[in-house]
Each structure stands twice: as structure tokens, then as C-alpha cells.
Design a protein. Structure first.
Length: 97
């Protein structure tokens, strides 16, 4: 699975605080107050760990956050693109696809 270089650069080092999944939308809150919103196919992510993001990998409708020192959180996105958005703690857009 290929690394999403742009999203990796945005999320690397941010620790997951909470993941909420409702109505085919996952909201991932990070320790710096930023929020990543993922439109999913309705499948909630499993094995969510509260750890820093090391890298992001993406292929088709699979989005994976690789965690440090180990672990992965997998999201099944609604579509291959236009499913992920990251805003900083002030609500400013940092990433969208």
C-alpha cells in the first residue's frame, strides 16, 4: 500500500486522543486539538490505539494510520478520493482530498 506523503506530513507525530464513528463518518481527535474527518463506508475502525501517527498509507478505499511504535488503525472510506479532511484546532483546513 502506497504512502500518502501529503497526509503523512500533516499527521506525523500527532497522537490520537479519540475516534468517534457515527452515520458513516469517523472523527479522529488529536492531542493538538486538530480533527480528521473521514467519510466511511459505514464500517467503524477497529483496534483504535491512542498513539502518535508515524505514517499514512492509502489505496483505493483503504486508509491506514501507522502508529508509533507499532499498530495500525484502518478506515474503509466511502470513495477512493474526497473522503478525508483535516482541520487544525482553530478550524483552518490543513488537508482535504
Amino acid at each position: 500500500m502506497a504512502r500518502n506523503q501529503k497526509l503523512t506530513a500533516v499527521l506525523r507525530g500527532r497522537s490520537i486522543v479519540d475516534v468517534a464513528h457515527r452515520d458513516a463518518t469517523a472523527r479522529v481527535r488529536f492531542d493538538d486539538g486538530s480533527v480528521m474527518t473521514v467519510r466511511t463506508d459505514g464500517t467503524p475502525p477497529a483496534d483504535v490505539q491512542h498513539a502518535p501517527v508515524r505514517a499514512v498509507r492509502q489505496r483505493d478505499t483503504i486508509l491506514q494510520l501507522d502508529l508509533d511504535p507499532e499498530g495500525t488503525v484502518t478506515f474503509h472510506t466511502a470513495e477512493p478520493t474526497a473522503s478525508v479532511m483535516v482541520r487544525d484546532r482553530k478550524g483552518t483546513m490543513e488537508y482535504a482530498d
